[in-house]
Design a protein around this ligand. Structure first.
Ligand SMILES: CC(C)(COP(=O)(O)OP(=O)(O)OC[C@H]1O[C@@H](n2cnc3c(N)ncnc32)[C@H](O)[C@@H]1OP(=O)(O)O)[C@@H](O)C(=O)NCCC(=O)NCCS
Length: 332
């Protein structure tokens, strides 16, 4: 049987920084409030002519180069995004495949909001284990600034832009394989976090009158409570299912939404500070890109070594959630 191994990571962060100080000049807020309630100090914002596919391509190029796998061997690309270049078609994954100069590959996007990267990881694992694909490029890329309402202080302080990518490839060595991926969703909470307009479920007359409803809207406080509960439950289950103790986790990589959410989950799981990966302070919430950007951070700071076990944990609009037990298994 083929197993799926997590070979490499790459990320791209746009250069423009939007600080709390900058936001305090745009809406009624302060650096102190944002820092205390979210842990976020700044987020990066893509240039006007820089699209989700551009950021995804840059992250992918790094991941491919670090993998040591020739790009001609890639047979599938999946992009997790809620801010695609085009809302209907073509998919961002197909645009990225062309920008990367790849020929005939399977390419598609998935929509699972901030859980997107865990979802694409589960799809890559399944395709590889079934023998249908051998080298799958997974990407989380977001230009959330394009769907953020910068007059709404309840949301605009949270989100940023960026991309992360990983190469997942087939192996017959079980010790380097992704151990497990859990994914779930519950649409009864759909109204907590949504972009109410712009799709077939929206009224066209409202679209004309209320362009703002194409932007994200969120019930922050309720989302917060469900997030802590769901993230904790999901991690407890995946650890129990695989007989793994939380002390065996070298890097806990949660979705970077809010420092208080991450701390609450870390405390509930009795994780030590050095196990928990934090990037929310400098990138804010980059939705589907947040987990691969965080993995890239520990990789680039020399903290992620071959064989070390990562626990990924995500939660997002939908509502969706997911977790994964992933050893880092580079080829070289
Ligand atoms: C959005 C969030 C930071 C708000 O923090 P909170 O502590 O829940 O704050 P509340 O929404 O209860 O609002 C408290 C007060 O602060 C105000 N407030 C909201 N945003 C503010 C801001 N940016 N600056 C200053 N005050 C603000 C509210 O208007 C409210 O004022 P009131 O008491 O006079 O009515 C927090 O709920 C959160 O992070 N939720 C999770 C969001 C998330 O992670 N979403 C993505 C999931 S993937």
């Amino acid at each position: 049987m083929a197993y799926a191994a997590f070979r490499s990571i790459g990320a791209y962060v746009p250069s423009k920084i939007l600080s709390n100080e900058d936001l305090s000049k745009m809406v009624d807020t302060t650096d102190e409030w944002i820092t205390k309630r979210t842990g976020i100090k700044e987020r990066h914002i893509a240039a006007e002519n820089e699209f989700t596919s551009d950021m995804g391509t840059k992250a992918a190029e790094i991941a491919i180069q670090r993998s040591g796998i020739d790009k001609s061997k890639i047979d599938m690309i999946i992009c997790a995004t809620i801010s695609p270049d085009y809302f209907c078609m073509p998919s961002t994954a197909t645009i990225i495949s062309t920008k990367l100069g790849l020929g005939n590959v399977t390419a598609f996007d998935i929509s699972a909001a901030c859980t997107g990267f865990v979802y694409v990881l589960s799809i890559a694992k399944a395709f590889i284990e079934s023998g249908m694909k051998k080298n799958v490029l997974i990407i989380g890329a977001e230009k959330l600034s394009s769907i953020t309402d910068y007059t709404d202080r309840g949301t605009c302080i949270l989100f940023g832009d960026g991309a992360g990518a990983a190469l997942i490839s087939a192996t017959d060595n079980k010790t380097e394989a992704i151990i497990d991926v859990h994914t779930g969703a519950d649409g009864t909470f759909a109204d907590l976090l949504m972009t109410p307009n712009g799709g077939s479920g929206s009224m066209h007359d409202t679209l004309d009158q209320e362009a703002k409803s194409c932007f994200m809207q969120m019930k922050g406080n309720e989302t917060f409570k469900v997030a802590v509960k769901t993230l904790t439950k999901d991690v407890v289950e995946i650890l129990q299912d695989n007989n793994i103790d939380s002390s065996e986790i070298k890097h806990f990589v949660p979705h970077q939404a809010n420092l208080r959410i991450i701390k609450a989950v870390g405390d509930a799981l009795k994780l030590k500070e050095e196990q928990v990966v934090l990037t929310v302070e400098k990138y804010g919430n980059t939705s589907g890109a947040s987990i691969p950007m965080a993995i890239n951070d520990i990789y680039e700071s020399g903290k992620l070594n071959a064989g070390e076990l990562m626990l990924l944990d995500a939660f997002g609009g939908g509502l969706t959630w997911g977790s994964a037990l992933v050893p880092f298994s580079p080829l070289k």
